[in-house]
Design a protein around this ligand. Structure first.
Ligand SMILES: Cc1cc2nc3c(=O)[nH]c(=O)nc-3n(C[C@H](O)[C@H](O)[C@H](O)COP(=O)(O)OP(=O)(O)OC[C@H]3O[C@@H](n4cnc5c(N)ncnc54)[C@H](O)[C@@H]3O)c2cc1C
Length: 411
């Protein structure tokens, strides 16, 4: 027999899963509802993704080498001096990145279907197939016929509003809403953002996250996120970041407004039967940074590699227990990263005093090096013991100075 796998969703997660499966000779279907989808996203990716996912240089629109952290009282700390000349944060357009990854998976043998899955029919017996019901989209943009597809295994890579997750009763998760305006600014203002990104913290821009100005291809993305999901609140926070960045984006024209949920933690069940969730559908975005592209692609690749290995390259159908080994591998490899970033968010994004402390701490060179290394390479390289001690003392000192550790404070 040859294993048949349907991957629902052709974002970074879905295409990465489909690529690995197709390369191994497994019969792979990649279902994407919108082939020119421009996912609402800042588009920042770590350097290690460029190598690990063989991204050609033209995928990266900008190479950010400088970051500005801006505190509630507008104290600015420049970070980036620890970067080596060839190190950078990549900025890309999602329609370009997603299109590239999807086409590559298709070239390697995945059967790309332009369609929207509207129902996943679960099998009655263990050996029965899953049936996907989808509406096909025609190249002329018109809605085509309803169709079905039968497979042995399903990967849900259909993002934060995953229908696959609902079909398997994977359980819900808390989420933040990220709101972003794409603003085309005058050339002299754009020159300032050539290789620079800004992160703003403060109650005025987000009660529990950060706001940003990221350079994109020919404009900047100005946005914010919060777990306090309320339309009026989000609009007032967006007004807050626009006000803070006012001088730098003066004369700008809003060319696009977008918003989308960002999962805050994994779903209670990421594998049910012969269905596995990956990327945002599973809830792989990290706290503190809200980073999800790399973790989506990486979780999907790990899931697909597990399927290839345990199906003996498509010769047997993996069971639920087999698929769960992907979850074990994932949690083992990244559990600590998620925990540390969750703690950082809880400690530092809480009050304006803790945010001031956070920005102050970012001025420290050892802190900068540790932060960049962890972000760019996704390996927490421990600082030498002396630097580690210094970082700890600095953290506590900054928090105390900001009265953030005051015994009377209620958390
Ligand atoms: C405003 C904002 C800014 C962000 N900035 C960053 C950033 O700078 N860096 C970063 O790393 N992360 C960022 N993120 C997070 C990042 O966008 C996500 O984590 C990432 O896109 C997850 O990839 P994915 O493949 O799991 O899901 P998605 O990218 O959401 O892809 C899901 C795909 O599935 C398709 N689909 C959905 N339902 C169906 C269906 N029923 N049938 C067929 N196809 C379907 C969709 O069209 C889509 O192409 C940001 C998020 C937001 C909202």
């Amino acid at each position: 027999m040859t294993l048949r796998v349907a991957v629902v969703g052709g974002g970074p997660a879905g295409s990465s899963a489909a690529e690995t499966l197709a390369k191994a000779g497994i019969e792979t279907y990649l279902l994407e509802r919108k082939l020119d989808n421009a996912k609402p996203c800042g588009g920042a990716i770590p350097l290690c993704m460029v190598d690990e996912f063989d991204l050609p240089p033209e995928i990266i629109d900008r190479r950010v080498r400088k970051m500005k952290m801006i505190s509630p009282s507008n104290i600015e700390v420049n970070i980036g001096s620890t970067l080596k000349p060839d190190e950078y944060i990549g900025m890309c357009r999602r329609e370009v990145l997603d299109g590239f990854l999807r086409d590559r998976a298709a070239k390697l043998g995945a059967k790309l279907i332009n369609g929207t899955m509207y129902k996943l029919e679960l099998p009655q017996a263990d050996s029965d197939p899953y049936t996907l019901h989808y509406t096909e989209h025609r190249p002329d943009g018109l809605v085509g016929d309803d169709r079905t597809l039968q497979v042995d295994l399903v990967i849900g890579a259909d993002g934060a509003n995953s229908r696959v997750a609902k079909a398997i009763d994977a359980g819900g998760y808390n989420y933040a809403i990220a709101f972003q305006e794409r603003i085309r600014i005058p050339d002299d203002k754009m020159a300032y953002y050539e290789d620079l990104a800004e992160m703003y913290v403060g109650n005025d821009v987000s009660p529990d996250f950060y706001a940003w100005v990221f350079p994109k291809y020919d404009h900047v993305a100005v946005g914010t996120g919060t777990m306090r999901v309320n339309q009026a609140k989000i609009k007032s926070l967006q007004a807050g970041i626009r006000k803070r960045a006012a001088k730098r984006i003066e004369g700008g024209e809003i060319i696009k407004v977008e918003a989308h949920p960002i999962p805050e933690h994994p779903r209670p069940r990421r594998v049910v039967g012969r269905v596995a969730l990956v990327g945002d559908a599973a809830g792989t975005v990290t706290k503190s940074s809200g980073e999800g592209i790399y973790f989506a692609a990486k979780s999907a690749r790990m899931c697909a590699e597990t399927i290839v290995a345990l199906s003996q390259a498509g010769q047997r159908i993996p069971t639920e227990a087999d698929l769960k080994t992907y979850i074990k591998r994932w949690d083992k490899e990244y559990g600590t990263t998620y925990l540390v970033l969750d703690i950082l968010q809880r400690v530092f994004y809480r009050t304006d005093a803790t945010r001031e402390a956070f920005v102050e701490m970012c001025a420290d060179i050892d802190v900068q090096k540790l932060t960049f290394d962890s972000y760019l390479y996704k390996t927490v390289v421990p600082a030498n013991p002396l630097a580690q001690l210094k970082i700890t003392a600095k953290t506590v000192g900054s928090l105390l100075r900001g009265s953030a550790l005051s015994p009377t404070r209620t958390w």
